[in-house]
Design a protein around this ligand. Structure first.
Ligand code: SF4
Length: 948
């Protein structure tokens, strides 16, 4: 048990609301002692300050850290790093499994050193929610969900067995099994407590200390919890591992951008429209690496579920957090979602005692920058076709799609000829396609059937299943909606937009509208509570009728697990090079994210997803063109179907019922027989199975010794790839399909895995052999060394084109270090530790980019890869790099300082030498330690072993 301190007399008491007093570290006491103007700080900074104060031990966190943060200034050059000890960690399964693999590998390394493996144990509670694995193989049928769940368990059995081993091996590691919900929604509805407590020793007595709920999660959209006044954001798995092993999460003191919300949303406008508007506004404001804090009367009037939708999209606007302060709406939400009355009183009393109760009004806090938004100015919108920040007001959708169709690819267009826009392909194919089988009848030809089989083999799911049992009959053309998905915790956590979708579906069905069989529609709620209120309001049957049957409780289309389209449709798209569309209530629409063959992807609210599914196309102006004809033959417009605010409010009465949350979040293991049937191994150290293609001991601790290496210059490096702007973590380490012809596909086949059992890269993150082969293997990544050709290829040491993996092996065999060169925003997109781990295992020693995404930069350092940044105006293009050069990184030694300038020495093929200044993006002193130790894991392991 840890001992408490009473720094500056801040350990005080408050009324727990049950007649007893509780202890806490008081921020007002800090101010009273003259340490700093604490009550004037942004609320988000004050919450971090509480953690710094409480965890001040003179070692990891010093009194100077407390004083520095208590005197946060709205504008100044940011150099100080904050050591932030979080209260808990949340994980999803794609990122959580590799993290558990690393913990297991650390235990194995400790056992090999002759020590007790139990010294590796999470020091803060860890909750892993299995939500990323379910795929939409089946949709549009009453049994779709059960069939998808069956397949999920078949495909992921080994991973789930491993998770069950983790549950018994670690005391503080808990798992929410598959079929329960999506991590951020489960966090909001169940895991989050708002205030936590722990027992500490004060003098000789034990005492309960209360403190704010704070967390980091291994998923970018962890920020959803900011909507409930909880500080938390997404980090890479590597930082989360350090966090759970008692290390602070270090980050540079942030600027805090205040967004002053006024007014109220008008009739016809949803929280999703607001989130897309905020995303566009804040992208323009440039909030990368900053906290965003919403305040003012508009913020105070928003319910927590709307706040959560806006907060969820913080990664899309680039902020570390999109934070809403704490007020009565938060406690109302906690109460409505089944948290106990006693806890709600404690929660309110705690934040009142801390002076943190209520949404600040203008003038109370000095923010680094002020942004104004009148909620009444928000209009119904969508975002796309390629980026979440490209908002389009609904009436402009048709115009913008037509314009994007022929715009060059470099301007976010599709580079097609205008005259091709009107190309129509008629598809008439047989009814239900059975798993593993072909279509009953194809309206195309034998070639189509051949192609169908081929595609089934290339597809990770192996089961070519069409959305609907109905016969497929319709036209597919440029702009056709082929996927319509109500998906993503961004929206499914918000009953107002989910009920609006149900109400719109009801009106559409009553008017006689239907969704064409060419559209694969699906509904994937983020928790079972959604199903409960859609049933209670009587709206489920209408959604079902339009094909929006529930397909599972998980991420599905939002993460790209949209499953296969009907083979005849895929064939039509590929053969005719169609720019087909998806409409989804997700938050990401990068190329190939939603589906490999769907090029135009539009984000929108759930009711608009239903509307566009009905329209069947995106080149339509829904403000004046009808969605279709009703049963009376009259045109039906969106305005005829759109539910009023009052209708949504009436339906909301059924949505937030505490007893439903209590029932559905109780003892879910018992409610999940499939999970219970999975056997698990026991013991403190994991018994690795050399034959497993899912779980392997990673080589991060091979040859581990207690002495770290030294920092040295990098000499004679060659380029493994030269990339352009906006290379995403999905380009670097794809989550989706494994192609048969790729290095990972070949490896799986060599190891006896049939193509239909490949599963996705995301599900294979417990196996470094596959993930290293999959690094830079995204079919859409463009290597400028090959003239921008798509696919994970490069030029090997022999000058011939080869896969990036094979080139890396050849270079590593010669002892040649490698570098990667890139443009702006390198590593943008979801946090993905394998993007850094794979880079390391490919032998890449440095990445030189024009700019880096925050988490990916820190993950590179966390894996011992050096991030370097070109100076403004310098790029691979201005330097005319073609990848044939040799590179030295000069100035790198044991005296390196954060953000120091170094020299990139370029030796061209003809022997000419050029010295280019670059900034070392090791940003903080602790990162220098991580880099020296070869990464954060060896660093932490050496500390823990030394202490044991
Ligand atoms: S639904 Fe989407 S945003 Fe939410 S956790 Fe899953 S992938 Fe992330």
């Amino acid at each position: 048990m840890n001992a408490s301190h009473n720094l500056i007399n801040t350990l005080q008491e408050f009324d727990l609301g049950n007649g007893k007093q509780g202890k806490y570290y008081s921020l007002p006491a800090l101010e009273k002692a003259g340490v700093g103007p604490v009550s004037k700080l942004p609320v988000s900074i004050r919450l971090v300050l509480e953690s710094v104060l409480r965890n001040c031990d003179g070692k990891k966190v010093s009194e100077a850290n407390v004083k520095e943060l208590a005197n946060w200034k709205s504008t100044e050059t940011r150099t100080a790093e904050i050591p932030f000890v979080v209260a808990r960690i949340v994980l999803q399964d794609f990122t959580g499994v590799p993290l558990l693999v690393d913990l297991a590998a650390m235990r194995s390394a400790v056992a090999k050193l002759g020590k007790n493996p139990k010294i590796i144990e999470p020091l803060v509670p860890v909750d892993l929610v299995v939500d990323h694995s379910v795929q939409v193989d089946f949709a549009g049928g009453a049994d779709s969900m059960a069939k998808n769940l069956d397949l999920e368990f078949t495909r992921n059995r080994e991973r789930y067995q491993f998770l069950k081993w983790g549950m018994q091996a670690f005391d503080t590691f808990k798992v929410v099994p598959p079929g329960i919900g999506i991590v951020h929604q489960v966090n909001l509805e169940y895991l989050a407590k708002g205030v936590l407590s722990t027992t500490l020793e004060i003098g000789n007595r034990k005492s309960e200390i209360y403190y704010p709920d704070t967390l980091v999660g291994t998923d970018s959209h962890t920020t959803m919890i900011n909507g409930l006044g909880i500080v938390g954001w997404g980090v890479g798995g590597i930082e989360a591992e350090a966090g759970m092993l008692g290390q602070p999460v270090y980050f540079l003191t942030p600027d805090v951008v205040g967004v002053h919300l006024t007014g109220a949303l008008t009739e016809g406008v949803t929280a999703t429209d607001l989130a897309l508007t905020v995303t566009q506004l804040l992208r323009k404001t440039k909030v990368v690496g900053k906290f965003v804090e919403f305040f003012g009367p508009g913020a105070a009037a928003l319910p927590v579920v709307d706040r959560a939708t806006i907060a969820n999209m913080a990664p899309e606007y680039g902020a570390t957090m999109g934070f809403f302060p704490i007020d009565a709406e938060c406690v109302n939400y906690l109460r409505a979602t089944g948290r106990s009355e006693e806890h709600c009183r404690l929660y309110e009393n705690y934040y009142r005692a801390q002076g943190l109760w209520g949404i600040p009004q203008k003038g109370q806090i000095e923010y680094s920058q002020l942004v104004e938004l009148d909620l009444a100015s928000v209009r119904p919108s969508v975002a796309g076709p390629k980026r979440p920040q490209d908002k389009i007001e609904l009436p402009n959708m048709k115009r913008d799609f037509i314009s994007a169709f022929s715009k060059p690819v470099t301007e976010s267009g599709f580079g097609m000829k205008t005259e091709e826009l009107s190309r129509v392909v008629h598809i008439s194919a047989g009814g239900e396609i059975h798993p593993g089988g072909g279509s009953q009848k194809s309206g195309t030809d034998d070639n189509a059937r051949k192609s169908e089989r081929e595609m089934a083999n290339e597809h990770p799911t192996a089961d070519p299943v069409h959305a609907s049992a109905a016969r497929l009959d319709g036209d597919v053309r440029n702009g056709s909606v082929l996927i319509a998905a109500i998906t993503s915790c961004t929206n499914t956590s918000n009953p107002s937009v989910m009920l609006a979708a149900g109400l719109l579906a009801k009106k559409a069905v009553e008017r006689g509208l239907a969704v064409n069989s060419t559209v694969k529609s699906s509904l994937a709620p983020g928790s079972r509570v959604v199903t409960d209120y859609l049933n209670k309001t009587g709206l489920s049957p209408y959604l079902d009728k339009l094909g929006f049957q529930t397909v599972g409780y998980g991420c599905t289309t939002c993460i790209g697990n949209s499953g296969p389209l009907h083979p005849a449709i895929e064939d039509a798209i590929v053969k005719n090079n169609l720019v087909a569309a998806s409409v989804l209530s997700g938050n990401r629409n990068f190329e190939a994210r939603v589906h490999q063959n769907i090029k135009a992807n539009f984000l929108m609210s759930p009711p608009l997803v239903v509307a566009f599914a009905l329209a069947g196309r995106v080149d339509i102006d829904l403000s004046c063109e009808p969605l279709g004809k009703g049963m009376d033959g009259a045109p039906v417009y969106l305005a005829d179907l759109w539910p009023t605010l009052q209708e949504v409010r009436d339906a909301m009465q059924s949505a937030l019922k505490p007893e439903v949350f209590r029932k559905l979040y109780k003892d879910f293991a018992a409610q999940n027989p499939k999970w219970n049937e999975i056997p698990s191994s026991t013991g403190n150290a994991y018994e690795w199975d050399a034959k497993s293609t899912y779980i392997q001991e990673p080589p991060f601790f091979t040859g581990f010794s207690m002495t770290p290496g030294s920092i040295k210059p990098i000499s004679g490096a060659r380029a493994l790839g030269i990339f352009g702007d906006s290379v995403t973590t999905d380009h670097i380490s794809p989550a989706g399909a494994i192609k048969k012809s790729s290095p990972a596909g070949k490896f799986l086949i060599e190891n006896g895995v049939a193509a239909e059992d490949f599963n996705s890269y995301g599900s294979r993150r417990g196996n470094d052999r596959i993930m290293t082969r999959g690094t830079f293997a995204n079919v859409r990544i463009k290597n400028l060394m090959l003239g921008g050709e798509e696919g994970g290829n490069t030029i090997g040491p022999d000058g011939a084109k080869t896969s990036i993996y094979d080139a890396s092996i050849a270079y590593q065999a010669k002892g040649t270090p490698l570098i990667v060169i890139a443009g702006q925003e390198y590593g943008t997109g979801s946090s993905r530790d394998w993007a850094a781990k794979g880079t390391n295992l490919l032998g890449v020693k440095a990445v030189v980019a024009q700019s880096f995404e925050r988490i990916h930069r820190s993950n590179l350092v966390g894996m011992g890869v050096l991030p370097l940044q070109f100076k403004e105006g310098t790029t691979a293009q201005t330097l005319k790099l073609d990848g044939m050069e040799t590179y030295d990184i000069v100035g790198l030694d044991a005296n390196i300082r954060p953000q120091q300038d170094l020299t990139l020495k370029i030796t061209r093929k003809d022997g000419k030498v050029e010295n280019v200044p670059v900034r070392c993006r090791i940003d903080t002193p602790i990162e220098i330690d991580y880099y020296q130790h070869g990464g954060i894991l060896p660093f932490v392991l050496r500390q823990l072993v030394a202490k044991a």
